[in-house]
Each structure stands twice: as structure tokens, then as C-alpha cells.
Design a protein around this ligand. Structure first.
Ligand SMILES: Nc1ncnc2c1ncn2[C@@H]1O[C@H](COP(=O)(O)OP(=O)(O)OP(=O)(O)O)[C@@H](O)[C@H]1O
Ligand SMILES: [Mg+2]
Length: 199
């Protein structure tokens, strides 16, 4: 029976880029969970206001479980909702953390609107993906990589260290963006972000 290594993080943190590289180096496959859901028709509806597909989480989870169980070794999965995956098949969850200012730039460069950018930047500031993953998988399976200012090669090297079980990537208070971003930036993110009916 195989095991999943999940690459998690808010949109734009570099999950798919890392998952592809990690799978290549480990000689295994990478599954982009959103792509997988769309390609396999595991969609409940299209949310026009948010311009996103609502995926059928149960169907995706059971398909992924079957795939992982039928493999030997690791399967790399990237998603911003790791908590939908059955903890029984998960070896490690690696949460990518990116400085909010760098994340803001990447999401604006994608052409995303202010509201959507701020929603995701605020999720990064609050560590929402890590908090949800900790709740779902427990602290022994969760690792955090600060990818700010690092090339994909450097990030890949650190991810391989996590896979080998090296210390230094435990979640916790190591990453605290509130200490690192100017108060004006925080005001900018709060102004149009958070609750989506405020825009
Ligand atoms: N380490 C890095 N340094 C600089 N740019 C990067 C790095 N990793 C990824 N990128 C770039 O950032 C953008 C987002 O990367 P990617 O698509 O891998 O993120 P993602 O987390 O999978 O996003 P989504 O959740 O929307 O699928 C891409 O343009 C990618 O080329
Ligand atoms: Mg992606």
C-alpha cells in the first residue's frame, strides 16, 4: 500500500510547481487535486460569484484513497484543502508558507481582483491551511516550509529533507507574518478582504 505526501498552501504558494518537481525526483506521480476533480467530472457546481468549481469532496477523497492504496511508495498530491483526504493514507502534509507581500504580487500578476487576492493573503497571514491541517492530521504529520524568496530548486531541496524526516520544519510559531509586514500592508489587506460581502 502506498502513502500520500500532500503539498498544501493557499493559492499561488507554488504547490503544483513543487509537486511536479518532487514527483519527478522521487520517480512517482503528482496529482493536482483541483485538476483531478475537474478532469474526472467530480464537481458539484460552478460557483459563478467566486469563479470556482465546487468539488465533490467525498467522491474525490474515495478515488484518491483507491489510487494511493493501489500504489507502492509515495503519491504526491497538491491541494489547498488537505483535510478532505483520509488521514489513514497520508504520510506527511507539507504546508508552503509565503510572505504575504510576495503572495500579493503573485496573485495580482495572475490578474485576480483585490477581493480574491486579499481573501487569500489574509488566509496566509492567519495560517489557515496549517491550522486546518493540524486539526485534521495531528501535529506529527504536519510540516511547514517558508518558501519566501527561494527558488524552486531550493524549495525542492527542503521538501526532500522533510521527506527524509529531517528536523526543523515543525509547524508552530516560527512563521509569524504579522511581525514581518508593515502595518500599512495589513490595513490594505483588511480593507477589502475577509468577509466578501464588504465589497
Ligand atoms: N519558488 C518559486 N519562486 C518563484 N516563483 C515561483 C516559485 N514556485 C512557484 N512559482 C510561480 O508562482 C506561480 C504559482 O505557482 P503554482 O501554480 O505552482 O502555485 P499553486 O500553489 O499550485 O497555485 P494554485 O493553488 O492556484 O494552483 C507560478 O507562476 C509559478 O511559476
Ligand atoms: Mg496549483
Amino acid at each position: 500500500m502506498g502513502k500520500a505526501i500532500i503539498i498544501a498552501g493557499v493559492p499561488g504558494t507554488g504547490k503544483s510547481s513543487l509537486a511536479r518537481e518532487l514527483a519527478r525526483v522521487l520517480g512517482t506521480e503528482a496529482i493536482d487535486l483541483s485538476r483531478f476533480a475537474i478532469d474526472n467530472g467530480l464537481i458539484l457546481e460552478y460557483d459563478a460569484s467566486r469563479k470556482t468549481y465546487v468539488i465533490d469532496e467525498e467522491a474525490v477523497a474515495s478515488r484518491i484513497k483507491r489510487i494511493v492504496e493501489n500504489r507502492d511508495g509515495y503519491v504526491i498530491i497538491d491541494t489547498h484543502y488537505p483535510e478532505i483526504i483520509d488521514p489513514g493514507i497520508v504520510d506527511k502534509v507539507v504546508v508552503l508558507r509565503l510572505n504575504p507581500l510576495e503572495l500579493e504580487k503573485r496573485l495580482l500578476d495572475r490578474g485576480w481582483g483585490r477581493e480574491k487576492v486579499n481573501e487569500n493573503v489574509m488566509a496566509e497571514i492567519l495560517g489557515t491551511v496549517s491550522v486546518n491541517a493540524l486539526e485534521a492530521f495531528g501535529e506529527n504529520k504536519i510540516y511547514e516550509l517558508d518558501v519566501s524568496g527561494k527558488s524552486i530548486d531550493v524549495v525542492l531541496g527542503e521538501a526532500l529533507a522533510v521527506v527524509r524526516g529531517e528536523a526543523g520544519f515543525e509547524p508552530g510559531l516560527r512563521i509569524n507574518w504579522l511581525e514581518q509586514i508593515p502595518v500599512e500592508a495589513l490595513e490594505r489587506f483588511e480593507k477589502y478582504g475577509g468577509d466578501s460581502d464588504g465589497f
